[in-house]
Design a protein around this ligand. Structure first.
Ligand code: NAP
Length: 210
């Protein structure tokens, strides 16, 4: 039976923190593959903002595809970008479970989300559809997290594993700032993603993209 990690994210843009976290989860949990699922349109994050030349959802999808294409254990899934309207994690996980009933899914996320996931849409359905893997940055105390996991298990029957992960100080926000300020983003994300960002003019100040 295939064990599949699901790495959801805005990926605006995807960077080595995302890729290394997926690789660490693959190793630690003996996953067969990790599927990257860029979020679809979000009224807060997904639109093309006039002043910042933000990529459209399908362009974030393309950056994600470019980032994972040289790894045959990584795939990029377009189900959230294809979906109309806001995208919710429970819908994605349920759709995956329905389409691939023979596979076991593990949703990968940053451990900070342990404290917010109850406020996501339909948390009980998320916990029902998959196991969860929370990446903990090195140095963070896990006592409070273990307590939270116990609460979520009690309340929802949640199955959550903590994954120790290095503290990689990189974020999509930093990449966007670098581009805006004309600083290098070399090595922060794979070169094909950088070339695509340059070609499309994402994150630059000035005239909005057509
Ligand atoms: P994101 O900013 O693109 O990040 C994706 C994941 O990568 C997050 O779990 C993030 O953890 C992790 N990450 C980022 N930088 C990292 C680094 N340097 N080292 C290690 N890990 C790093 O995505 P997002 O906007 O937070 O969304 C995450 C997922 O949650 C998406 O699938 C989204 O749809 C889902 N979500 C769903 C709902 C809902 O259903 N209502 C609500 C909110 C989010 P950190 O956050 O710890 O950085």
């Amino acid at each position: 039976m295939d064990r599949i990690g699901i790495m959801g994210g805005t990926f605006n843009p995807i960077h080595i923190g995302h890729l290394m976290m997926a690789e660490a989860a693959k190793e630690a949990l003996s996953l067969d593959e990790v599927w990257f699922v860029p979020t679809g349109f979000s009224y807060m994050k997904g639109s093309r903002q006039a002043s910042e030349n933000m990529p459209l959802p399908e362009e974030r999808l393309e950056m994600t595809r470019l980032a994972v294409r040289d790894n045959d254990r990584f795939r990029c899934a377009d189900l959230e970008v294809r979906r109309q309207g806001a995208t919710y994690t429970y819908e994605t996980l349920e759709e995956l479970r329905e389409t691939y009933p023979e596979k076991t899914f593990f949703f990968l996320f940053g451990a900070d989300c342990l404290y917010t996931i109850e406020n996501w849409r339909e948390p009980a359905r998320i916990f029902d559809a998959c196991e969860l893997v929370a990446a903990v940055r090195q140095g963070a105390s896990t006592d409070a997290m273990q307590e939270k996991i116990a609460q979520l298990k009690e309340r929802f029957g949640a199955r959550i594993t903590l994954l120790p992960f290095r503290n990689l100080e990189i974020s999509s926000t930093e990449i966007r700032s670098c581009v805006r300020e004309g600083r290098s983003i070399r090595y922060m994300t794979p070169q094909p993603v950088i070339s695509y960002i340059e070609e499309k003019g994402f994150y630059r100040k000035g005239k909005p993209l057509e």
